[in-house]
Ligand binder design. Structure first.
Ligand SMILES: [Zn+2]
Length: 113
């Protein structure tokens, strides 16, 4: 039998923690902050890695949206500017106000508990 040696790099492409467990962890976090996780319907240990990647991407988008909404609701910008992702948090378009993602998560978890 001839064996092709392609599997090593194919696997490595997705090896960056994109396991079933990693997606479950993201889902758990998304649920805690009130993100819709219906994209995870049917998620199981047998889910293909491509499917895992697309679920992960949808979850991450949802988390980002929730963070931006959370930053707005927290209303930390007294000038009423919008929030833009910046480093480990969000900065208002006025530039002077900053909210860390951790703070937003805390706020969202409280709101959804
Ligand atoms: Zn501001």
């Amino acid at each position: 039998m001839c064996s092709f040696g392609y599997q090593t790099y194919e696997e490595n492409d997705f090896e960056h923690e994109l396991s079933f467990e990693a997606v479950c962890e993201t889902r758990g976090f998304a649920e805690e902050i009130g993100v819709d996780t219906s994209c995870c319907m049917g998620l199981s240990e047998d889910t293909e890695v491509e499917q895992l990647a697309s679920i992960q991407a949808v979850l991450e988008d949802g988390i980002k949206e929730a963070e931006e909404a959370g930053a707005r609701e927290m209303g930390r910008c007294v000038m009423g500017y919008k929030w833009r992702p910046d480093g480990d948090g969000y900065r208002c378009e006025g530039g002077t106000h900053y909210v860390r993602r951790g703070e937003i998560h805390k706020y969202l978890k409280k709101k959804n508990s």
